[in-house]
Ligand binder design. Sequence first.
Ligand code: SF4
Length: 459
Amino acid sequence: MENIQMLLKQGAVGKPCAPVVAVGDKVKRGQLIATPTGLGVNVHSSVSGEVIEITDDRIIIKPDDEQPEDYVKIAKGSNLEMIKEAGVLGQGGAGFPTFIKIYDGKNDKPVLDHGYILVNASECEPGLAHNIQQIDEDPARLLRGIHYIMEIAGADKGIIAIKKKHRETILKLDALLKDDPAIERHLLPDIYPMGEERAVVRECLGIELEPDKLPSAANAVVINSETVYSCVAAIEDQKPLIDKNLTVRGMIKGGSEAHVFENVPVGTSVQALIDRAGGFDEMGYGEIIMGGAFTGKATTLDAPITKATGAILVTRPFRDLKGAKVGILVCACGGNLERMEDLVAKYNGTVAHVCYCKQAQEMPNGTRKCERPGNCPGQVKNNLEFKKAGCEYIIIGNCSDCSNTVMASGPKMGLKVMHMTDLAMMAVGHPLYRTLKVSKKVDQDLDVVDNVEDNETVQ
Ligand code: SF4
């Protein structure tokens, strides 16, 4: 077994933890190895072995040849204490500490006032399958977890937000929810993005939040479904968050189907997961993305997965644009300028112009949030700018709806439209994000409307 690398910062937010072990220490699977120095969560070893190196950002452990199934249990305490002790963080995005999200520790009170726990089961990034598989395998555990969290957070109601295409899973949930009046499910349209917190609030509660507002402004907490399961593991099994479910997919030998791996030790390398899936396809690949195609980042084979990693996507090879002029349209839904520039370089294009969607508002932390998701202001002005700058291609990162808006004028002006997710979508067998033919509204009756997303290819 390869060495395991436990990053001291397991989510995108917060500060690195401080190690509480030293080089040469023997550690057991589940043993606490680092504690927060600010915003963050406990880190436990995902394997039994020996600490062989500690750097500024990670603890490297050489695993024993024999690995136990069991783990060092966290101490019993209140449900909130156990979630905190287990190091549970948001597993659908930035990795915010869950114990802070659901309880106001400063004022020692629940964060909600008879509010809502909205469970994000949208598995929104295209091509991912591990969240839905987990729900499918044990929906009752999800409901128990929602009740634990409702009690801690002060919620009267739980709502599971799930895309309508997951019919079999929804039927399983419905069978249980008949006897559980405190929890209901809400069907989401099969478009991107539906998993963004404000989108979940809007879809479930009909409340439009400003970009700088959190779901708490709607008396709600949005929590990813896998995070709910991790809370149950902490409470019922006294299990620290040491294993992760994830999807590996793309240019993998044997085809584009999703490889869902459950209970992968945190700290496992990208290379080990690709090997486990079958190795690279002979056609080669373009890049490896850690996370989803929209919000993930290009990564390397030796990078370790964290508690918040959702996917490893291996994309099609880049084609050579031979230095052609490319315009970049930066949107709140997709990659930032740095990521888009990286893609243009990998395509061997030349960045000729950069535009920002006027609704992609910059937040104090440098990220962008859409002012009015799903209500695109139109992109004609930006397309005209690209044309004027002599761009032959434009690369966009827009959501389903706004890609459609770009397509309304870009090709007519002679611009060749590429989407940042194209090579990942081709690799996973998903339609490209171009022209949208799908209802943004979903009838909540499971038998009425089906979503059909139909996109054009310009590649
Ligand atoms: S309006 Fe559309 S293109 Fe603009 S930031 Fe929002 S989602 Fe992105």
